[in-house]
Ligand binder design. Structure first.
Ligand code: SF4
Ligand code: SF4
Length: 139
């Protein structure tokens, strides 16, 4: 019997916060479809391996804000990424299962004041804060 290959994704550190808050809203149809596919993959296959990307990741690659591999809000994005790395004790290019990475993000950021501190300046924060209040991140 052939062994099924485990999926692998590259993700920017701050996208570890965006994925659990995604409810179908995105920048355009292509971005939203890709984000939906990624979040569904991770929900159904938490054993998926994830490598933390320093720049353009598997979500940025179809984003209209991606300008030749750089985000058009790169300064803000880099600050979000550094905050997530520092809070979680992750190294750049760290690879682990989604289950393990998401567990650390949940305990170090989503269940603490850090979520609001990191995300407050994001254009999506009002929506994510509402979703955050509705979700039980302890599960
Ligand atoms: S507020 Fe922005 S950075 Fe934070 S989870 Fe939402 S979309 Fe991601
Ligand atoms: S290109 Fe920028 S706005 Fe688009 S997904 Fe990547 S970090 Fe987010």
């Amino acid at each position: 019997m052939m062994k099924q290959q485990t999926a692998h994704l590259t993700l920017l550190p701050h996208h570890l916060l965006c994925i659990p808050h995604f409810t179908g809203h995105g920048y355009d149809a292509a971005f939203t479809a890709n984000m939906t596919a990624v979040t569904e993959l991770l929900r159904s296959h938490p054993e998926t391996t994830v490598t933390l990307a320093p720049d353009c990741d598997d979500l940025c690659k179809v984003c209209p804000h991606n300008r030749n591999g750089r985000c058009d809000s790169q300064e803000k994005v880099t600050a979000f990424d550094h905050a997530v790395l520092a809070d979680c004790g992750f190294s750049e290019a760290q690879t682990d299962t989604w289950a393990s990475i998401a567990g650390t993000v949940r305990s170090r950021i989503l269940l603490t004041e850090e979520f609001a501190r990191i995300c407050a300046s994001c254009e999506w924060f009002a929506l994510c804060r509402r979703i955050h209040a509705e979700k039980e991140f302890s599960k």
